[in-house]
Design a protein around this ligand. Sequence first.
Ligand code: C5P
Length: 228
Amino acid sequence: PRHFAIVPAAGSGSRMGAVRPKQYLPLLGRPLIHHALATLCAAPAIDKVFVVLSVDDAEWARHDWSALGSKLVPLFCGGATRADSVLGGLRAIADEAAQSDWVLVHDAARPCLASWHIDKLIRELAGEEVGGLLAVPVADTLKRADEQRHVVETVARDSLWQAQTPQMFRYVMLRRALETAREVTDEASAIEMAGLRPRLVQGDATNLKVTYPLDLHLAEWILHNRRG
Ligand code: C5P
């Protein structure tokens, strides 16, 4: 089977408090999204990298993506939610993707994706029927609280993981799952709702999601020290 990457990048980034969508915030002299796209395009196992942009995205065309080569394909078919954007991407590549081809969905907001993350994910899931995702074991003790913030219980963390991306599933299963479950925050939840069981592949904390301004500084530090 072939491997296609889909990068949803049609969000507005309102939690960053920035006017600009976060995928275009500058990070080491490049738009934030450039970093993950470069890693995906450089991965020998990945055949093509589709970026799903908002239909009214005005910024993509202002940057130079030529260094990323011919694997990169922008699609202006983003939706109202992340799941809609991914589904739009899946529909757009229907002619190209066979049912059992793999789709790796990666957040534009995770710039520190490393080549070993991709290699490990593909290697460990190669024999799986459904697919799975990168994840890290939860390190903190977790508390559930009531509305007054009094602790109701301590949640045993031993079997808890934080979901990351890429999340890698068979084309047809992912498309069917997302067509049924639209209100999900990641692809794995849609797959679970379809009664299937994604497998976790242990990644690491460097693959962080840029949500708040501090995350941008952490991402810069991680990328800078990886290069140096
Ligand atoms: O907002 P959040 O950090 O959860 O967004 C995760 C990813 O989903 C980002 O890459 C964002 O651009 C993308 N997204 C999208 N379409 C939306 C909302 C979010 O492609 N409507």
